[in-house]
Design a binder for this molecule. Sequence first.
Ligand code: CTP
Length: 406
Amino acid sequence: MEKTILVGVTGCIAVYKSAELVRLFQKAGYRVKVVMTEHATHFVDPLTFRSLTHEPVAIGLFDDPSDPIHHISLAEEADVFVIAPCTANVAAKIAHGIADDLLTTTALACTAPLVVAPAMNVHMYEAAATQENLATLEKRGVRIVEAGSGYLACGDVGRGRLADLNDIVSATIAALEGDAASDGDQDLAGKHVVVTAGPTYEPIDPVRFIGNRSSGKMGYAIAQAAVERGARVTLISGPVSLDAPTGVQVVRVQTALEMLAACEDAFSQSDIAVFSAAVADMRPETVSDHKLKKSDTEDSAALQQVRLVANPDILATMAQGKRAGQVVVGFAAETNDVVENARKKLEAKRADLIVANRIGEGVAFGTDDNQASLVTPDGCEDLPLMSKHDLADRILTRAVEIGSGC
Ligand code: CTP
C-alpha cells in the first residue's frame, strides 16, 4: 500500500522550501499530507500545499467538524512525520511534550518515526536551550537533519539554514523504510559517498561532441545502494537518460573538466569516492563557437582534423590528495588480462579498490547485470554475474571494510 509522509510546516521564512520538499516526496512515490502551524500560514498560503497534495491541509485542532479528534487520525495515517522547517519554538514544545496546537498535538500522538529539520536564526540555533532540546529529541530516537551554514534571511551569516532538501528526503525515507530494513543496512549512516557516473561529452562545436556508450547504470546503482544504506550521497553525473535516485544530491556535468571541478568541490568531504564514470580520455583542443559547415572549406577542413588533447585523469587527480581513512574506488573496463590490467591501474592511480569488468559478450555496457572482480592491493575476489544493484552493494561493503582497516 502507498505509504504516507506527513509533512509538518512551522512558521519561518524557509517555509517556501517545504513546497519543493512535498514534490520530492511525491516524485519518490509517496502520498503526502501537510499539517501547518497557524504561524506558518502567514508565510505561505495553505492553498499551495492543498494544490500540490490534493488533500486538505490540517491547521487548527477544531477545524474539521467531521473529525473531532483530527490529531489522532492524522497521527495514525502517518508512516513517518517530518517537520521541515522546524522552528526553535516547535522543537522546544515537542521536546517538552507541549501540545497546544494541531501540529504539536499530532507529534505527541504519533508513533511513527519523527524527523526534524530545524531552521532559524544562527543565535537561536546555537542557543543552549535549542541545542539541548534538539539533543533531547535525538536521544529519544528523533532524526535531526542538522541546519546548514550560510547567509540567513535575517542578514546574519552562520548555521540555521534549512538543510539541503535531498538530505531531508534521504533522512525521511531512511526513517520510513528503516523499519523494514535490518540495522546492518544502515552501515553508511553519517558517511558521505561521492560517485561519478555516465559518460562525458566533449564538444567539437555547438552540435557535435565526442562521447561514449556509458549508460551510467552502474554509478546510479551505487548511488542508490549508498543512500539506501544511510549515506549522504553526491552523484556527479555526465549526460544520461536515468532518473536520479531519490535522496541523492545530483551534480550534472557535460565535460571531463566540469566533472573534475565538481569532484574537487565534493571529494575532500567524502568518506568513500567511487569513480565509475567513463570519462572521455581526449577532448578537442578548441571548440568552435558556431556549427562547422561541411559546405564551408575552412569548417570542413577543421572537421576533418579535430586536434585532440588529453583530459585529466579525475580518479588519479583526486586520489593524490586522499586523506587517511578515505576510500577511493575505481573501475577498469578491459577486454583482456583483466585482473593484471586492473592491478596496474590500482597502483598507477593510487586507488584502494578497482572493480574490473570484462568488456564484451553482452557484459557491462548498458545492461542491468554485471560480472566483475574486486581487485585490492591484497588480492582479487572474482564475483559471479549479478545485478548492478547487488554488485553496487558488494562494492560498498568492500569499501567499508577497507575504510575500517579490514
Ligand atoms: N577515469 C577518470 N578520469 C579519466 C579516465 C578515467 O576518473 N580521465 C577513471 C574511470 O572513472 C575509472 C578508471 O579511471 O574508474 C579507469 O578508467 P579507464 O578508462 O578504464 O582506464 P584508463 O586509465 O583510461 O586506461 P586505458 O585506456 O589504458 O584502459
